[in-house]
Design a protein around this ligand. Sequence first.
Ligand code: KG4
Ligand code: ZN
Length: 333
Amino acid sequence: MSTILAIESSCDETSAAVISNGKICSNIVATQVIHQKYGGVVPELASRAHQQHIVPVVEKALLDAKVSKKDLNAIAFTRGPGLLGALLVGASFAKAFALGLNIPLIEVNHMQAHVLAHFIEAPTPSFPFLCLTVSGGHTQIVLVRSPLDMEIIGETQDDAVGEAFDKTAKLLNLPYPGGPLVDKHAQQGNPLAYTFPLSEMPGLNYSFSGIKTSILYFLQGKTKTNPQFVEENIADICASVQHTLIKMLLQKLRKAARQTGISDIAIAGGVSANSGLRKSLLELGEKERWNVFIPRFEYCTDNAAMIAMASHFKFEQAAFCEQTVSPLPRMAF
Ligand code: KG4
Ligand code: ZN
């Protein structure tokens, strides 16, 4: 029996969740809007906003779960990867809370938690499964043998796919974070209107930095003859870029599935909220006879429910950490 409070503060979402015996009882997310006007997350502003949000967010998570502090058996927090100043707020808060209540502390890897978001609700994948984790900072194909045994078998060598979406949006003068807006415009456009080169990376690795340059040159060429080109063709541009990015993602995922012989395939991370990716993955899954797992929208982007889920598995193994642990901005698996 366990009731755990989990805290997520790795980037620009301050979130707290309560999990009781493996069931999520609350999940509160405060998104920091302050970064919008700067066109990207400003680390110092993120830490300050986390400091402002963390107390009310935790209070609401406990209230929604109808749990009082004395019911808690452990406190979990995101140790990394993420922004150091942002991680420090969640880690310090969690440590103080655990110390004050004299209960154990559980450190969670944010990327592993994205994968474990699949266990929040049924249907859940069977082990071993592959998870394509796609976010603003990472693009990974993860071989998941058990909740606490995962291996990255392919990953980006430069930009993350979420970054490619956000940088595309910036070139199209769309506000930050641009990924969801590219998705929105793409739904009205023709994905075959323009072609962009696919990157060639060996094995199961990815590269997304080249596409930004191709889009830049493409737009420079088009706007020379028609200054209104972007405004007039935004839907077709977004649809074509999105189509290219999805094609790259799924090509390697299919290769990984064939190489490993695994047919339970999941996606996770912020970019798995993309409607085109969800649709294409389901279509490919049908062709390849995969069991496809796509989390509910709210569990795709950063949230503490996934941290809570990961901490539940760690609690079962009594995998606690010391008060002396410090955040790891580049935390590996
Ligand atoms: O996992 P996440 O919430 O935060 C990180 O850990 O990075 O992912 C954020 C990323 C951003 O790049 C955002 O633009 C992208 O996910 N994203 C999307 C969509 N929703 C969020 N990209 C494409 N289409 C979407 N619908
Ligand atoms: Zn994330």
